[in-house]
Design a protein around this ligand. Sequence first.
Ligand SMILES: C[S@@+](CC[C@H](N)C(=O)[O-])C[C@H]1O[C@@H](n2cnc3c(N)ncnc32)[C@H](O)[C@@H]1O
Length: 343
Amino acid sequence: MKSNSLIQNQNIIFSFIRRYLKKYPYFCIIVLHEYFRNLFPDDPHINFKIKDPKTRIVDLQITLINTLQNFENFGFYNINFKNLNAQEELKKKTGKVYGKFWKRFSNKENINAKKFILERFRNFKSFNNNFFKNKKIIDVGCGGGRYSNALRLLKAKQVIGVDFSDDGIFTAKKNYNFKNISFKKQNVLKLKFKKNSFDVVFCNGVLHHTSDFKRGIKELHRICKPGGHIYLYLYGTGGLYWSARKQMNKFMKLIPQEYSQKVLDLIGMPNNRFIFMDNWYVPYERHCSHKEVNKILKSLGVEFIEKMKKGRKTDLETGLFNYKNSKIIWGEGEIRLLIKKSV
Ligand SMILES: C[S@@+](CC[C@H](N)C(=O)[O-])C[C@H]1O[C@@H](n2cnc3c(N)ncnc32)[C@H](O)[C@@H]1O
């Protein structure tokens, strides 16, 4: 199998989707759900029958192309979706999209956050069981507060979660009412904290949704104490996975979020699997390269940067680690860094 057929097949699938999205939105949502879940190294909810990622993806691409070719044989209703392009500030719009997810998370899903942190951090050489113990920690872009709470459970002395989303802050305050945890509405690009305020600055999946991720990194660095740590998760770039995300993010906005959510609910998708709606409806996502992130960190005088090479089963880094020559699928993977602010 030639590797470029992977890319060609993906282009064929997306050209069909673009053509059929408004006529057959429900089919397109199911096709994209099936396709996107197969672009991950592993699926915690539905087992992959074929383990080898390239074989699995090409196999599925062919099945989907055959299915899409037959869509024309179905009748359809003309659905007039309302104008979806409300003009709002990026951070407000982003907050609203995510706000809808946090309310759907159950307690169990929130408790999993601690496990997720440990499954990832144990791969950093500088991590140990007391890493968060007695530390003053900020969770930047905390959403519904699942990681803020996980950091509390990991024995932080104090955790402050900040986010611009009213819904996120409301859910976080409601779910995590503990004396050493607090939540504040703030813009992550202009944090209202003095320099050198925190032992650990935790920022998971936030800055790539802002208008200026470089400024965001500078803010994280500013509020971190010298000798303290910054955990930074950003989307990576390159490969089939990231190019699929780029395209899906563009054209799924033609279908309202509520409609897609209902279709996904109908097929039984669990609430915590918000990655689909996340990518499809987030107003903006930037894909970053390791080179550009390293350059910003170096310009801030950072000397110590540890890259996570392997993490949870679903992480792209784990895919790249387990399967040779898989850059064609996952490009540079995701960016998960443990950064130490120089003293
Ligand atoms: C993908 S969610 C991640 C939430 C959380 N870190 C987690 O992993 O569960 C991104 C979050 O960033 C927030 N956000 C985006 N831009 C922001 C900004 N400029 N200021 C504050 N929060 C922002 C959104 O409201 C959303 O809650």
